[in-house]
Design a protein around this ligand. Structure first.
Ligand code: F6R
Length: 239
């Protein structure tokens, strides 16, 4: 399903409500929420709705989608820091309910195994909410990725390493990421992709109108039985 909204605000309202609905339907939901600029407003709205409706997230589990390798959770710009500030802290989510990649771990393979095991035990994920990179990535599943992989370490695309600088105050060496795999994302009960702004128009056109293939990992969402693609008018400009 594709929905096109007149404004980023309206798109964010809808995405926020999707998360709330998931938790209302299943107070023990397992959520996987992307970091990044696109869902920022949706998360603020989601937290405001949760507070307004006294919705408890006590039973909810959060699985990390991805993280920058070499960037610690306390660093502004890490995916963990972003979600911690916007969601975990405001909703008083307990540490035990958060399963996130540690980008500073000495053994990154063990991190992948830990998250794979967590998903096996607690999953499948009920709702995964992703943004899209201008190269078509989902999480850090970069173009060319093997869609059967579980959690894995990624050599970041040059585009991702470049664009990723926007999250940090100082220039960072971004060469690797650690990410859930497409197979884990696709096994989620629902996958919501959000995109806004003209800078996403070309890749959204490729995602929606090109072949479904690992050349544009986001295109796989078209095959998901509960896949939702939420766009503002600008991101949908080339459809
Ligand atoms: C972040 C993530 C990335 C972003 C994507 C879009 O956790 O998984 O795939 O969703 O790069 O980023 P923004 O929303 O900043 O344009």
């Amino acid at each position: 399903m594709v929905s096109i909204f007149n404004t980023y605000d309206a798109l964010s309202d809808f995405a926020a409500q999707e998360i709330i609905n998931t938790v209302q339907q299943n107070p023990k939901a397992v959520l996987c929420l992307a970091a990044g600029d696109t869902p920022r407003l949706a998360y603020k709205k989601m937290v405001a709705l949760a507070h307004k409706n006294h919705l408890s997230f006590f039973g909810v589990t959060f699985i990390g989608l991805d993280e920058w390798v070499g960037i610690g959770p306390a660093i502004e710009g890490s995916c963990y820091h972003f979600l911690n500030e916007l969601i975990f802290k405001p909703l008083s989510i307990k540490e035990e309910a958060i399963f996130f990649f540690n980008g500073m771990a000495a053994n990154l393979q063990a991190e992948c195994k830990r998250i794979d095991a967590t998903i096996k035990e607690l999953g499948p994920i009920d709702l995964t909410l992703v943004g899209i990179g201008i190269n078509g990535h989902i999480g850090f599943n970069e173009p060319g990725i093997d869609p059967e992989l579980g959690a894995h370490i990624v050599a970041l695309d040059a585009v991702t390493a470049n664009v990723g600088q926007k999250y940090f105050r100082e220039k960072k060496q971004l060469t690797q990421g650690i990410s859930l795999g497409m197979a884990q994302i696709m096994a989620s009960g629902k996958v919501v992709l959000v995109a806004n702004g003209l800078k996403k128009a070309a890749i959204i056109s490729e995602t929606m109108q090109g072949n479904i293939s690992n050349a544009v990992p986001a295109s796989f969402i078209r095959n998901h039985p509960n896949g939702m693609i939420l766009l503002d008018k600008e991101a949908a400009a080339e459809l």
